[in-house]
Design a protein around this ligand. Structure first.
Ligand SMILES: Nc1ncnc2c1ncn2[C@@H]1O[C@H](COP(=O)(O)OP(=O)(O)O)[C@@H](O)[C@H]1O
Ligand SMILES: [Mg+2]
Length: 251
């Protein structure tokens, strides 16, 4: 099962979801690999120090003769491994342009190790460029986080169109796993209106679980921890655990 977390808008909770969904599934006994494909490396830095990283996603795409072991790092969660991203990943698209197999790079790579994991989760950058397309081509499922704000659905047409294009040719089996309402603010009626609208547009594809805005979720990456060890009784921990159960039931 290979889940890509995608939305070309920044700040909608992709990374927070990638980190905590990975951690939740690993804590439930699944062997999980989190692949960070955002040059910002926020998923990576939520688990390991930048000094520890030499070699990660960029090298995975470009140094094809090197084995996976060179790019996989353990985390403080037993069953969770990580392929980190560094800023050099920002140069990847320029490097791959013109290669006839550019959009298949990640899929070919994942083919070599997918038996070793129950679940591979891919965090993506806020663009619909070659990196995100590589992730969509490699994945079996896509999860779309949507921030419950006024402009929530703006841009989703482009994302859904890209998903359709990927499905038309390179990856017909790609499924929309679900749409996740994030950064929900209980105090505002706007949040509730946006949630209702998302449920109307996406129907059953909208996860029952929603992720509310919480300071603990925002703080945990700075402590190099997922929410389950940083604040195990917080709303964020309960919500991401509930989400993981919904996800595992759907895949
Ligand atoms: N549920 C939440 N409650 C509070 N802060 C959140 C929540 N989800 C994400 N954030 C914060 O919002 C910012 C953007 O989230 P992030 O997951 O990095 O989004 P993206 O990866 O889509 O850019 C980060 O600072 C993150 O810590
Ligand atoms: Mg991110």
């Amino acid at each position: 099962m290979i889940i890509v977390i995608a939305n070309q808008k920044g700040g909608v909770g992709k990374t927070t979801t990638a980190i905590n969904l990975s951690a939740a599934c690993a804590l439930q006994g699944k062997r999980v690999l989190l692949i960070d494909l955002d040059p910002q490396g926020n998923s990576s830095l939520s688990f390991i120090d930048s000094q520890r990283i030499d070699g990660g996603a960029f090298e995975l795409f470009t140094e094809l003769q090197k084995p996976w072991e060179d790019f996989i790092y353990s985390t403080n969660i037993k069953k969770l491994n990580l392929v980190p991203a560094r800023i050099n990943l920002a140069k990847l698209e320029a490097k791959l342009v013109g290669d006839f197999d550019a959009i298949f790079r990640l899929r070919d790579r994942i083919e070599q190790i997918k038996e070793q994991y129950d679940l591979i989760i891919i965090d993506t950058p806020p663009t619909l460029g070659l990196i995100t397309v590589n992730a969509l081509v490699a994945a079996t499922h896509v999860l779309i986080p949507i921030q419950s704000s006024y402009f929530a659905l703006e841009g989703t047409d482009d994302l859904l169109e890209t998903i359709e294009k990927v499905r038309a040719r390179p990856n017909p089996d790609l499924d929309l796993l679900g749409v996740l309402v994030t950064l929900f603010d209980k105090r505002t009626s706007l949040s509730k209106d946006v949630e209702a609208h998302i449920r109307k547009v996406f129907g059953d594809k909208a996860f029952k679980t929603i992720i509310t805005r919480s300071v603990r979720l925002e703080e945990s990456p700075a402590h190099k921890e997922a929410i389950f060890t940083y604040a195990p009784n917080s709303s964020g921990a309960l919500e991401y655990k509930r989400l993981s159960k919904e996800v595992l039931k759907r895949v």
